[in-house]
Design a protein around this ligand. Structure first.
Ligand SMILES: Nc1ncnc2c1ncn2[C@@H]1O[C@H](COP(=O)(O)OP(=O)(O)O)[C@@H](O)[C@H]1O
Ligand SMILES: [Mg+2]
Length: 187
């Protein structure tokens, strides 16, 4: 079955929102591969969705797409995982700072946010946060918001992925030719 993505306009305050339909885990990996080429150092990613929706799985796919020498796991207890290229010069790839704020109060989450920004001052990398809402930051703190949701009627692996750029939208990557674009919101 070819990967089929659907995009449609959402009624939101966001200037740039796209919703993708991911029928399988392979589709999640494919989108991570595409976004890995689109991301820039300094980007901040807010990953939303209920427990088990696939946030950590998406981060693992991103870490794999960036060819970082790690397998991403859940940072619920360690709070932060850093994935850095083994040989920065040779790799010329982004590092990933991955945090999960599920168990944190706003003050704790905000402290980690500042830690992440300090890390980014020294590292060519992106911040990726699960449960970003815990810090109660303004939406504009995030370059890209990704909201995952299961689509149980369509199978165990089916997910919707809503991508939003709250701030200074950049053109989206070229979605694969197998994309079936139903409709698209222009910025
Ligand atoms: N299309 C998909 N995208 C992401 N995860 C998927 C998909 N299909 C099945 N899964 C499975 O769903 C589970 C998601 O778990 P996890 O990534 O830990 O969720 P979260 O971090 O949102 O709590 C994993 O077991 C993963 O293999
Ligand atoms: Mg998780």
């Amino acid at each position: 079955m070819p990967l089929v993505y659907q995009t449609y306009p959402l009624k939101s305050d966001s200037p740039h929102t796209v919703c993708l339909h991911l029928p399988t885990l392979a589709a999640t990996q494919a989108v991570a591969n595409l976004l890995a080429t689109w991301l820039q150092a300094g980007d901040t990613l807010a990953l939303q969705g209920e427990m088990g929706s696939g946030k950590t799985t998406w981060v693992a796919a991103l870490v794999q797409a960036l060819q970082l020498p790690h397998t991403a796991g859940s940072p619920t207890y360690t709070l932060v995982h850093e994935y850095v290229p083994s040989r920065r010069e040779a790799n010329n790839t982004l590092a990933v700072w991955h945090s999960d704020w599920y168990r944190l109060e706003p003050a704790g989450a905000q402290a980690l946010w500042h830690e992440g920004l300090a890390w980014q001052d020294e590292t060519e990398g992106v911040l990726v946060v699960e449960w970003p809402q815990r810090a109660q930051l303004p939406l504009q703190a995030w370059t890209l918001c990704l909201a995952l949701a299961p689509l149980p009627a369509l199978g165990d692996e089916a997910r919707s992925l809503t991508l939003t750029q709250p701030l200074q939208p950049r053109p989206w990557p070229e979605w694969p030719v197998s994309c079936r674009v139903v409709n698209e919101e222009t910025p």
